[in-house]
Design a protein around this ligand. Structure first.
Ligand code: NAP
Ligand code: F7E
Length: 362
């Protein structure tokens, strides 16, 4: 049985990756942070009692801001695969806490790479790199596009990207970067724009709110569906040789288009409900990101199946259901038609959406 270690298992991606690896028969270990409030809502449905015999999911405390746990854990577990998904991942927040973001999103990666090297174990390492690294670089962006980061978050990810390559080329480690463009889902953090919009729509439909306050509506992103991006992340570590891959849809939409599509799907007029507020603008913006995924299509045989309108329907449906409203139900059908058994509405969406209801702001 293969053994994997996931940092950031409580996040959007970590929770889907854990489900995927369990479905593939892995023993999965996840790193969680000690918190005074619950931070495991996204994985509670797959939690296994550690007192049971041979649980296939096990959790360990650790924080990338410190080092004392990493070497021990990696040495004793000797996982076949390590996925480094932990990060302070919010771009706007990274302007407010730039040094912490550098510590965790940047230096955190080096701590893991160095622990792998010192432990002497043979493992495959995946680094969650980001399209934000491309920043101002003209679209479309591919593996050869030079990075022009526009935020402390992006700069920290560029550092992690290069440390991953340095350990690969310098020490012959299997260390690979997945350069993932924006990917979303009903488990997306509530302060990222897509989820903020779909939660806002549900609150308006329920009569709880009248307005949704957003920032820059002109920015364009290449938005895909998170579960199938985790299929790509897994595929990157199944290659014979470590390499770097761009993963995205290859199609850009503005925030305004997302708003229009989502409000229209819910039968609402966005112009009556959306207000633009300077509060959500950033000191620097990334205007347009579009993936060129030719390499991933050829070498990983990876193709996105969920398109823009599908993603919007899935997310609006889920947030309607979170508030106990009747959804249009297209999302469930889309998953049945396009995704595998490991990720269906009943086993992956319904079980989690209620637990992730939170508070929207940034
Ligand atoms: P997310 O939902 O924000 O999850 C981040 C995870 O990192 C959470 O499990 C969080 O734990 C953990 N974490 C944060 N600070 C930590 C620390 N100091 N020590 C240990 N763990 C810490 O992010 P995501 O959307 O799943 O993204 C996963 C990874 O891919 C991130 O590295 C992100 O930067 C990168 N990425 C994301 C996208 C995207 O569009 N989603 C695109 C490209 C790259 P808590 O639950 O305790 O907060
Ligand atoms: O912003 C604009 C905002 O915060 C998208 C992270 O997962 O993807 C994510 O970073 C766009 C930006 O994602 C609001 O200015 C307008 O142009 O959803 P976001 P992001 O910054 O693209 C990359 C690939 C990552 O790696 C990151 O970890 O939407 N926008 N109004 C807004 N954004 C937010 N958050 N809130 C607003 O009210």
């Amino acid at each position: 049985m293969k053994r994997a270690l996931i940092t950031g298992i409580t996040g959007q991606d970590g929770s889907y990756l854990a489900e995927l690896l369990l479905a593939h028969g892995y023993e999965v270990h996840g790193v969680i942070r000690r918190a005074s409030t619950f931070n495991t809502q996204r994985i509670d449905h797959i939690y296994q009692d550690p007192n049971e015999e041979n649980p296939r999911l096990r959790l360990h405390y650790g924080d990338l801001a410190s080092t004392e746990w990493i070497l021990d854990l990696i040495y004793h577990l000797a996982p076949d695969e390590i996925y480094n998904l932990a990060a302070q991942s919010h771009v706007k927040v990274s302007f407010e806490i730039p040094d912490y973001t550098g510590d965790v999103t940047g230096l955190g990666t080096t701590k893991i790479l160095e622990a792998i090297r010192r432990s002497g174990i043979k493992t495959k390492f995946y680094q969650a790199s980001s399209s934000e690294m491309f920043g101002r670089a003209p679209a479309p962006q591919d593996e050869a596009t030079p990075f022009q980061p526009r935020s402390p978050y992006a700069a920290a990810k560029v550092y992690s990207y290069w440390m991953t390559r340095i350990y690969r080329e310098g020490y012959g480690m299997f260390a690979a970067n997945g350069i993932l463009f924006n990917h979303e889902s009903p488990r997306r953090g509530e302060t990222f724009v897509t989820r903020k919009i779909t939660r806002g729509i549900a609150a308006i439909a329920a009569g709880r709110e009248q307005f949704l306050h957003l920032g820059n509506l002109d920015a364009q992103r290449d938005w895909g569906y998170a579960p199938e991006y985790m299929e790509a992340a897994w595929g990157i570590l199944q290659q014979e040789k470590p390499d770097d891959f761009v993963i995205g849809i290859g199609e850009a939409h503005s925030v305004r288009e997302f708003v229009e599509e989502a409000f229209t799907y819910a039968g609402l007029d966005w112009k009556a409900h959306v207000k633009v507020s300077e509060r959500y603008l950033r000191p620097l913006e990334v205007d347009r990101l579009v993936a060129n995924t030719a390499k991933a299509q050829k070498e990983l045989q990876w193709q996105p199946r969920i398109r823009f309108a599908d993603l919007v329907a899935i997310m609006v449906d889920a947030d309607m259901e979170v508030l106990g409203l009747q959804s249009l139900g297209k999302g469930k059908i889309i998953l049945e038609e396009k995704l595998g058994h490991w990720h269906q509405w009943h086993n992956s969406v319904s079980k989690v959406i209620r637990a992730t209801a939170g508070r929207a702001s940034e």
